[in-house]
Design a protein. Structure first.
Ligand SMILES: C[S@@+](CC[C@H](N)C(=O)[O-])C[C@H]1O[C@@H](n2cnc3c(N)ncnc32)[C@H](O)[C@@H]1O
Length: 213
C-alpha cells in the first residue's frame, strides 16, 4: 500500500542513497526464487534501516524475522567492528539462501542465524542488545516486546515494522484477524509503556522507533 502518491514515492527514492549492488542481487534472487517476496524490506526501507543503524553504531543487534537476509544486511552496515547481529527465522528452508548472502557481504562472520520460533529462542539469548528489529509474527509483537525490553540497553532502540498494516489498524477488525488485533495492541503498548519513548513513522507499511529510557 502507498500512503503517499507513487510520484512522491519515486522522488523520495531518487533522492535517497542507491541500493548497494549486493542487495540489488539479493532482492532480484528473492523475487525469482522465494515465495512472498513482498516481505523483503526493499530499497528505501533498507536504506532507512541502514541509516538508523549507522547513527546508533550498535554493538549487538537482534532481528526477529530474517526472511532472505535483506534487512539483516542493512542493519549490519552500522554495526561496530567487534559487533554481532543475531537473526531468527522459523523457516529453515531460508537458511542457506541467507548464509550465501551473509558470506558474500563483509559481515558474514558477525551474523549469527537461528532457526525456530522467536518466542522460544529470544529467552535463551544470554546477551543485551543496542538495536532490535521486530519483523515477524504480528500476533506476537507485544510478547516480543516483553521478552526484549529487559535485554535492551538503556538508550537502545526497537524498530518495529508493519505497524500500520496497510491501514487495517484504522478499520473494523474481523474476529479472526489476530494480526491486526496484535498490532493495534502493540501500538498502544508502545505509546503507553513508560520504559520507552516512541515515534511512529509513515515509512512503507509503518515503522516505529522506540528508545529505552
Ligand atoms: C516479513 S518477513 C521478514 C523480512 C525481513 N526482515 C526483511 O526485511 O527482509 C517475516 C519472516 O518472519 C518469519 N517468522 C514468522 N513467524 C516467526 C516466528 N514465530 N519466529 C521466527 N520467525 C518467524 C517468516 O518465516 C518470515 O521469513
Amino acid at each position: 500500500m502507498h500512503f503517499i502518491s507513487e510520484d512522491l514515492d519515486d522522488y523520495i527514492i531518487k533522492h535517497s542513497e542507491d541500493e548497494p549492488k549486493l542487495l540489488q542481487k539479493l532482492n532480484r534472487e528473492t523475487h525469482q526464487k522465494i515465495l512472498q517476496p513482498r516481505m523483503l524490506s526493499g530499497h528505501y526501507q533498507g536504506r532507512v534501516l541502514s541509516m538508523i543503524s549507522k547513527l546508533i553504531q550498535p554493538k549487538t543487534i537482534l532481528e526477529i524475522g530474517t526472511y532472505t537476509g535483506y534487512s539483516a544486511l542493512c542493519l549490519a552496515e552500522g554495526i561496530r567492528l567487534e559487533g554481532e547481529l543475531h537473526t531468527i527465522d522459523i523457516n529453515e528452508e531460508l537458511y542457506d539462501f541467507q548464509r550465501k548472502y551473509f558470506d558474500l557481504s563483509s559481515y558474514g562472520k558477525q551474523i549469527h542465524q537461528y532457526v525456530g520460533d522467536a518466542l522460544e529462542i529470544v529467552p535463551k539469548l544470554n546477551m543485551n542488545f543496542d538495536l532490535v528489529f521486530i519483523d515477524a509474527d504480528k500476533e506476537n509483537y507485544c510478547n516480543y516486546f516483553e521478552l526484549i525490553i529487559d535485554k535492551l540497553n538503556v538508550g537502545g532502540v526497537i524498530l518495529s515494522d508493519n505497524v500500520l498494516w496497510s491501514g487495517k489498524v484504522l478499520e473494523s477488525i474481523k474476529p479472526d484477524d489476530v494480526d491486526t488485533k496484535g498490532l493495534i495492541a502493540y501500538n498502544a503498548l508502545l505509546k503507553n509503556d513508560v520504559r520507552v519513548e516512541t515515534v511512529m513513522l509513515p515509512i512503507r507499511d509503518g515503522l516505529t522507533i522506540s528508545r529505552k529510557k
